[in-house]
Ligand binder design. Structure first.
Ligand code: UD1
Length: 430
């Protein structure tokens, strides 16, 4: 089990390149099995979640080629099973995208029930509601979701809750259903739009993605394509927040600034100076930061996947800030660790009341989930003294070359495997 050894206190300066969006890649990789032609996908991030999904797809009989680190060629013509049986796959939430993809293509799918980050109850009732409306019989059997349909027919579906996963899953199945599907109260996240663009480039007929009503005219078959995944909004936001917390001046390259507007707005409120370019944003931060209030909401609101990172930054801001979690009910678990680093935060229900402190202090830290892991690394970079982040695996689910990119910005961070490595890293960082 690898760890990060971090010596805090260095300001972050320089440039960082952002990779492809993990959450878009997960949807698009799964959707690529829906055609029998080869599909080439570029800008796929080399992160555990994507690699695990690709492995599971290979087990279904899908051919997966990696001509280079960020390109994948997928050929779903020889799928010989509709049953995903992979222990490890249970740990990634997005495994359930194979239900929508396989149900659309083969009218049958069985996939282990999703795991993913430990951030609260993650219901799938809206996915089931959507598949059922399209005519599928959906059951939960032996810890898996099983969906089957003699025929899939378009339907008018009102989502009771804005759900990224349900919108994506229904869109995939409906793309190959007969007739017209309308999804109302759909999620509007950039990766929902990216999946719709990908499916349309394969011959699907999807309109309205990015608004709350998506209209899909089912087609008989999809064909091959070449497609490049959008930049990762959350990876970019994480480096923006790292720059803010470490009083840095960082140019974040390879982004779509429009997707970052809600993050940019909050950073401006707390005193950061932001310059937007065509495909980059520069974040320079004052010392100290100012307090603010944040509530996480579906896109275009402030993303829940950025909640831990902004909480870490606000923990160092002058005055009292309030962060309200509007999406998941259990997403403040990491706050206990942050308090061990000297933060002054009270969590009540879905609200964190943060009294800014002057600095954090290094400690030995356990990571509860992916985004909290990245946030705790930011806290360690801003802290006085040494921190050991006890397990890098959560972070590697969603961040490619995290410590390498941070080092490029001047951070004192080493990835270590053994006690001996840790001692050596401490000497090196000293
Ligand atoms: C996706 C993202 C995740 C992000 C989240 C919210 C991927 C792979 N993951 O997760 O990083 O944090 O969107 O932006 O893209 N809900 C129900 N019933 C359902 C489905 C969801 O009640 O059938 C609830 C959930 O419990 C949660 C809320 O709706 O409270 C939003 O969940 P959803 O948008 O579905 O999140 P995911 O797609 O799982």
């Amino acid at each position: 089990m690898d760890r990060y050894a971090i010596r805090g206190g260095a300001s972050l300066f320089g440039e960082v390149q952002i990779g492809g969006a993990k959450n878009a890649a997960l949807a698009i990789l799964a959707a690529a099995v829906m055609t029998n032609d080869p599909v080439r996908i570029e800008n796929v991030p080399d992160v555990t979640d994507c690699n695990v999904l690709l492995k599971a797809m290979e087990r279904l009989g899908v051919s997966v080629e990696r001509p280079d680190r960020h390109s994948v060629i997928i050929d779903g013509s020889k799928i010989d099973s509709c049953i995903v049986d992979d222990e490890y796959l249970k740990r990634i939430r997005a495994s359930y995208y194979l239900v929508g993809a396989l149900l659309g293509k083969n009218r049958r799918a069985e996939v282990p029930l999703p795991g993913g980050c430990n951030i609260g109850v993650r219901a799938i009732d809206q996915h089931i509601k959507g598949f059922s409306a399209l005519g599928a019989k959906v059951r939960i059997v032996h810890g898996a979701i099983s969906a089957e349909a003699a025929e899939l027919r378009g339907a008018h579906i009102f989502l009771d809750k804005v759900s990224v996963g349900a919108t994506i899953n229904i869109m995939m199945a409906a793309a190959l259903a007969s007739g017209k599907t309308i999804i109302e109260n759909a999620a509007k996240e950039p990766h929902v739009v990216d999946l719709a663009n990908f499916l349309n480039s394969c011959g699907a007929n999807i309109k309205g993605a990015g608004t709350d009503v998506i209209r899909i005219k089912g087609v008989e078959r999809l064909h091959g394509t070449e497609y490049c995944i959008i930049p990762d909004q959350i990876e970019a936001g994480t480096y923006m927040m790292a720059s803010a917390a470490c009083h840095g001046d960082v140019m974040i390259r390879g982004v779509i600034p429009k997707h970052l507007e809600c993050i940019t707005a909050k950073l401006c409120e707390i005193g950061c100076h932001i310059t937007e370019y065509d495909d980059a944003v520069r974040v320079s931060a004052p010392d100290p930061l100012m307090s603010t209030q944040v509530k996480t909401l579906p896109y275009p609101g402030f993303p829940t996947d950025m909640q831990p990172q902004i909480t870490v930054a606000l923990g160092l801001a002058q005055g009292t800030s309030i962060v309200t979690e509007g999406i998941f009910e259990n997403r403040f678990k990491y706050v206990d660790e942050l308090i061990r680093m000297g933060a002054s935060i009270k969590v009540e229900g879905n609200m964190a009341v943060i009294s800014g402190v002057k600095s954090y202090s290094g400690a030995s830290i356990t990571v509860p989930d992916l985004r909290a892991g990245a946030a705790l690394v930011i806290a360690a970079l801003a802290a006085e003294g040494d921190t050991v982040i006890e397990d890098t695996r959560f972070i590697e689910r969603g961040y490619e070359d995290f410590e390498i990119k941070l080092k490029g910005l001047g951070a004192n961070i080493e990835r270590v495997s053994t006690e001996r490595d840790l001692r050596k890293a401490r000497l090196k960082l000293a």
